[in-house]
Design a protein around this ligand. Structure first.
Ligand code: DGJ
Length: 732
């Protein structure tokens, strides 16, 4: 009876158009399904996210434990708004124009359209039955990659406007006996440090309130493993990553029913958004994937998806780089740079990048104290300008790239004197410097124009510039904008990032082919929102190879190796003082996008031929590292002190294997592992690369079946600190 009355009333009010509402709404990829049903009261129930399920009809009758007094049930919904029985961290919280604090969302209809043969968009439209507030939850499915993105749009017709205090991109309810959360913490030079913890009753929040360079101390990417810690090849694991370069909040709340509520999106901290009638507020996208066979498949799904949809040129191999920073810092002249280019050409480097220090005249950028904002060549340092250096590189057969940090300004700069109103500040409070610099207010369209012009102007310095390194070396403290009105100050966090994305859009429209590195003092913008406009990230300013094993491990759980710039630097390492053999440094860097970050003339005559050969070897394995499937074999986080992984070609004809000894293992412990991802029926010849001294592998040059390698495995001779082995497997 209750059902009938509701449906009758709903039909009259236009809430439920026909029977469509009672059919499950299914969001499918090639191997995954999300299933939603519309309950009798119009709520959209979140029934399922997991392996693809054909029998979705059975969800219609599914019963959830009921609340004692009103029978509405504990069924989790698609998008929980604060109101009714929802008392947990909500996906949506707003204040209506009459001051009412609650919202209810009920189903209106849903639509779907094929975007192309691989992608479908499914939108579930909902509204508040009492207020003219409309919420669309938008899913895009990626069939082959088994990724689903989710975003939310809110509009309304409340004349005086509403205040949106919380609007998440994603909500995921899970029900299992135990939940294990993998997330990342860190700091400058120690980014993407993995931690896995069992979630207990209550809340766990992972968030950033730094606004800019928001991912340096934590990342908006996570795994939730059900019923045990995440394993590589077994067990149910959910992977999520928010595509947003500003403040974010990931909330994991285990409630009294044992359900885990995962709410992910922009951070609600100081972010009340006054939404005028007729305006739309759209959230960033939440990127979801799932695997019932461990976290390895989560990484491979996201890597495939990134190469196709989240990198500017994810189908192109990236060049081997020499970056000038650690080799020259600010202390260079024309000759220093041409010497580096000469040396780079000598050992097979393909792209030279001139880092910080090339600009500023009244306030020359000879240290980090001055010049940021004044993007003209320093002719005292470089009398023939950038074009001379870029042409020099091109004549030597190298591409040329250059560093910029266009969102920032030093107080000692012409720009800071000319446009004090462009600087992020909190009213009349002093602006706190960091690395002696301030931030330009990208919520202001005039600043957006300025940044676009900086990019255009730098590109115009030479027709030979084909790569830009985009840096951002501080976060926001004491936020505020001279451009936004007093009631819009809390829009700053959102408008800054939207302004940044508008800038990126304009730049990419004009410069579609240029390679752009997402640097942000290393790891500061490691998110799928910014990455979409870029080709690679600089994951850390820490180039110490031992630390890089961990940083690259964390980064590559979500982001692909091709986008992970990994540079061989000098020893002792400039950040840590640690000594490491050149072979270990190369073997670690070669499992990402290989580059060098040193003064080539510091390489000894014995080291030079090794470096040259290693660069050649990298070119041989580059398609595997950059475009292949990642299989992790040993985690550096295991107390055993080994790390190992491999990349396998999509056709399984070739693979490359890396193993690192992270500590001294004594005389008896030895490395053994089973390989993964090979074709058991194929035969592979194994050849050791970058060999120096003792062989790292007993069977160098021999042929083995894929079956043997995956079932019986291989053992290595390595065991001292900084021993490492790289093996190339080719089908016979
Ligand atoms: C921070 C970057 O991460 C470094 O690679 C270098 O570009 C410096 N900034 C330059 O100031």
């Amino acid at each position: 009876m209750r059902t009938f009355l509701f449906l009758f009333a709903a039909l009259l009010s236009g809430i439920l158009p026909g029977v469509q509402a009672v059919e499950p709404v299914v969001v499918n990829t090639g191997s995954l399904s999300m299933v939603f049903t519309v309950a009798e009261d119009g709520k959209v129930v979140f029934n399922y996210f997991g392996d693809k399920i054909e029998d979705t009809g059975s969800f219609a009758g599914r019963k959830y434990k009921e609340q004692p007094d009103n029978g509405t049930g504990y069924a989790p919904v698609l998008y929980p708004a604060y109101g009714g029985r929802y008392f947990l961290h909500p996906a949506l919280k707003l204040t209506h124009m009459d001051g009412v604090q609650t919202t209810e969302l009920i189903y209106v209809n849903h639509t779907s359209k094929l975007l192309d043969s691989n992608r479908e968009e499914i939108v579930i439209h909902m509204k508040d039955p009492l207020y003219p507030v409309f919420v669309d939850v938008i899913f895009t499915t990626f069939r082959k990659e088994n990724v689903i993105t989710q975003s939310v749009e809110i509009t309304h017709k409340e004349k005086k406007g509403i205040v949106v205090e919380q609007i998440a991109s994603g909500y995921l309810p899970l029900h299992a006996d135990d939940y294990y959360l993998t997330h990342f913490h860190g700091t400058w030079a120690a980014e993407m440090q993995l931690v896995e913890e069992k979630l207990t009753a209550g809340s766990k929040r992972v968030e950033s309130r730094k606004g800019v360079r928001a991912t340096q101390s934590a990342n908006p990417s996570f795994l939730v493993s059900l019923n045990g810690p995440a394993q590589e090849d077994t067990g149910e694991v959910y992977g999520g990553s928010l595509a947003w370069s500003g403040n974010y909040l990931l909330s994991f709340e285990k409630d009294e029913c044992g359900i885990l509520h995962v709410v992910t999106g922009m951070n609600d901290f100081a972010s009340a958004y006054h939404l005028a009638v007729g305006k739309v507020l759209k959230t960033p996208e939440m990127v979801w994937t799932y695997s019932s066979s461990g976290q390895g498949q989560i990484s491979r799904n996201l890597h495939d998806w990134s190469r196709k949809y989240a990198l500017a040129h994810g189908d192109q191999l990236l060049p081997v780089v020499l970056n000038s920073w650690e080799g020259a810092y600010f202390n260079f002249d024309e000759q220093t740079i041409t010497d580096m280019i000469d040396a780079a050409a000598g050992f097979g480097v393909e792209l030279f990048v001139l880092d910080d220090g090339w600009f500023g005249s009244k306030y020359p950028r000879n240290s980090d104290n001055a010049g940021l904002g004044d993007w003209h060549e320093n002719r005292t340092k470089l009398p023939r300008g950038i074009d001379y250096l870029a042409s020099y590189a091109v004549n030597k057969g190298l591409q040329f790239g250059i560093w910029i940090e266009p969102e920032m300004v030093n107080p000692d700069s012409e720009l800071a004197k000319k446009h004090p109103e462009w600087i992020v500040k909190s009213g009349k409070r002093d602006i706190i410097p960091m690395r002696t610099q301030w931030i330009l207010d990208l919520s202001n369209p005039a600043v957006q124009d300025f940044v676009v012009n900086v990019f255009d102007g730098v590109m115009a310095l030479s027709p030979h510039i084909s790569y830009i390194k985009w840096d951002a070396n501080r976060h926001v403290d004491n936020f505020g904008s001279d451009y936004l009105s007093s009631s819009e100050q809390t829009h700053f966090w959102i408008e800054y990032v939207k302004g940044l994305y508008k800038v990126y859009d304009r730049i990419r429209a004009k410069h579609p082919d240029v390679l752009i590195q997402l640097c942000s003092s290393g790891g500061g913008r490691l998110d799928f929102g910014a990455l979409t406009y870029h080709d690679e990230v600089w994951p850390s300013d820490n180039t110490n190879s031992l630390d890089r094993v961990f940083i690259q491990y964390g980064t590559n759980l979500f982001f692909p190796a091709m986008a992970t710039a990994a540079h061989v630097s000098t020893s002792p390492n400039h950040q840590t003082g640690m000594l490491a053999p050149l072979k270990f440094r190369f073997d670690v860097a070669m499992s990402g996008r290989l580059g060098m970050e040193l003064q080539p003339k510091d390489l000894t005559p014995e080291e030079l031929p090794f470096a040259k050969q290693a660069v050649e070897n990298y070119k041989r394995i580059r398609p595997l590292v950059q475009l292949g499937d990642l299989f992790r074999l040993k985690s550096p986080y295991h107390e055993n002190g080994w790390a190992s992984h491999m990349y396998v070609a999509k056709d399984q004809k070739e693979a490359v294997f890396f193993a690192y000894s992270l500590k001294y293992h004594g005389r008896t412990a030895f490395f053994e592992t089973k390989l993964k991802g090979l074709d058991p029926a194929k035969k592979y010849r194994i050849q050791e690369l970058n060999r120096m001294g003792w062989p790292g592998f007993y069977g160098d040059g021999q042929v083995f079946t894929g079956e043997y390698l995956m079932k019986a495995g291989i053992s290595l001779t390595i065991g001292n600190s900084f021993d490492s082995t790289v093996l190339l497997l080719t089908e016979e």
